[in-house]
Design a protein. Structure first.
Ligand SMILES: [Fe+2]
Length: 505
């Protein structure tokens, strides 16, 4: 595979990208950024704080690079400059920490080789100061390169009203789903086995100009999920993790524990964001005799302490897989629904019911309010009340939302397949949506076949989620916005005033 990428690059470097588009070995809109060689894979920024941001690039050069950060895109007002070294040790990637910046500020940055070649100019944003009154994040997950076009990434990149991008996993895909041959290279990619394979997979993804553009224009906060690791039998994949840290513009939170990707960000007094990782920790430890923990005891204690000590109005959780339960009770067994007869899946939080009950109890007793869980994984859209027992009308009132302890937004995939890619006729899908809604009164809205991203818009008084749907089968800028879904400060459930039961698009 590594040889395959090298051959592609050798072919592409001397030619413009229009020739690359017609090359039989690469699908449409996959080409290196040869006009900015040696920065063929662009630039990126991530893991911001109030005074610092990380900037990333890759260049196969031996001499150190110079990086520059400025107030303006012409770089007439330089703020910071420094040196970065690309070495084979990290596959010629480099991640520089730019310190001494102002909160809530957008900066321009670029890298320059010793011989004077510039990278493209990126935009990076620090976290806001304490007085911030408004924040808008793009929530994304499940971006499969062979599943379709990255129209959603391009749309985010071109919006000036989005401050940060939050990716909750499956940034790359290890395997190829047979239903998802939309943009497939020849030969077909294989599951990575070595560090070189994982690096090649990241390089392949960065041939997509829309991914490069959204990395260049937005500051990323990201974590992995299963496809970024190809993890099985509770063993982490060291090579997958290494390549992830090399290619995604985040820094390792704890160098003594590379598998600890959980970490926090604070958006002034408005919100904090806790990135949690169930994927590498679920089922590995007990929190009590015979009771499996979903986050592991170290991460669980960290999360609860972080929430208990927080002074912000809103608490965001960056969460890989559905927290709020997806009930299958009531489906006749002869239909053979997936799952264990109670839930559709037992690999997410539904497989750790006792630990989820413990977490909900913590929210209740510690009086943690205004929790908004931001989730991916299922490739479909869900608006969910976090109700401890959704079917018990004494505990949870489906009409008012009373009894809910917070809310969850599950973002659709950027491109990876969902119901219609499973060859379920489009006209049948509303029936599935209606059935699922009827079984799950805490699911306030669902959409099972569109793809895209979600904006999370926060002010002191409310948080608004809106799905932004784009095509994946064709290159297109056409976007369809869902209605806004509102949760008001102190309510801990989705607002019913902005909601009707009709309209499944
Ligand atoms: Fe996924």
């Amino acid at each position: 595979m590594r040889c395959f990428i090298a051959c592609l690059l050798a072919l592409l470097l001397p030619v413009c990208h229009t020739i690359a588009q017609t090359h039989s070995h690469l699908p449409d809109r996959m080409y290196a950024d040869s006009t900015y060689a040696p920065f063929l894979f662009g630039v990126a920024s991530g893991d911001p704080s109030q005074t610092r941001v990380m900037i990333w690039t890759r260049a196969e050069v031996t001499a150190p690079l110079r990086w520059e950060v400025a107030e303006d895109s012409a770089f007439t007002h330089l703020i910071r400059a420094g040196q970065a070294q690309c070495t084979a040790t990290h596959d010629y990637t480099t991640l520089a920490a730019v310190d001494g910046l102002q909160p809530g500020h957008q900066y321009y940055y670029r890298f320059i080789t010793a011989s004077g070649q510039n990278s493209r100019t990126g935009r990076a944003r620090t976290l806001p100061g304490d007085s911030v009154q408004h924040l808008r994040i793009a929530l994304v997950s499940c971006s499969g390169a062979w599943s379709g076009y990255f129209n959603a990434y391009r749309h985010i990149a071109q919006r000036d009203d989005i401050d940060y991008l939050l990716h909750v996993g499956d940034y790359i895909y290890d395997d190829v789903d047979p239903d998802e041959h939309v943009r497939m290279p020849d030969p077909e990619p294989q599951i990575p086995h070595t560090l070189a394979d994982w690096r090649d997979r990241h390089l392949y993804y960065l041939l997509d100009p829309d991914l490069r553009l959204v990395r260049q224009n937005k500051t990323w906060i990201a974590e992995w999920d299963n496809h970024d690791n190809h993890y099985s039998n509770f063993e982490k994949n060291e090579d997958g993790l290494t390549a992830f840290y090399e290619y995604v513009p985040i820094h390792m939170p704890d160098t003594a524990h590379p598998e600890y990707i959980f970490r926090s960000f604070r958006f002034g007094t408005l919100a904090d964001l806790h990135m949690i990782d169930m994927y590498l920790f679920r089922g590995r430890e007990d929190f009590a005799a015979g009771q499996r923990s979903i986050l592991g005891n170290t991460q669980d204690a960290w999360l609860k302490q972080s929430l208990a000590q927080s002074q912000t109005t809103w608490h965001l959780l960056g969460n890989q897989e559905m927290m709020g339960s997806w009930l299958s009770q009531g489906i006749p067994s002869f239909l053979h629904p997936p799952g264990n007869g109670t839930y559709f899946s037992s690999s997410d939080w539904d497989g750790y019911v006792a630990d989820r009950t413990r977490f909900y109890h913590f929210l209740d007793t510690a009086r943690i309010h205004n929790l908004v869980t931001l989730t991916g994984d299922l490739h479909m859209s869900f608006i969910i009340d976090l109700a401890p027992d959704p079917l018990d009308e004494d505990v949870y009132d489906r009409r008012t939302g009373r009894g809910s302890l917070g809310v969850e937004v599950l973002t659709p995939s950027i491109s990876a397949g969902n119901m219609d890619e499973e060859h379920i006729p489009r006209w049948v899908i509303p029936i599935f949506q209606r059935l699922s809604r009827d079984l799950n009164p805490h699911h306030r809205w669902v959409q099972f076949w569109r793809h895209g991203y979600t904006t999370i818009d926060i002010t002191p008084e409310r948080c608004v989620a809106q799905f932004c749907y784009l095509d994946i089968l064709h290159y297109s800028d056409r976007v369809i916005f869902s209605r806004p879904f509102v949760v008001r400060r102190g309510a801990d459930h989705w607002d019913r005033r902005h909601y009707t039961r009709r309209s499944f698009r």
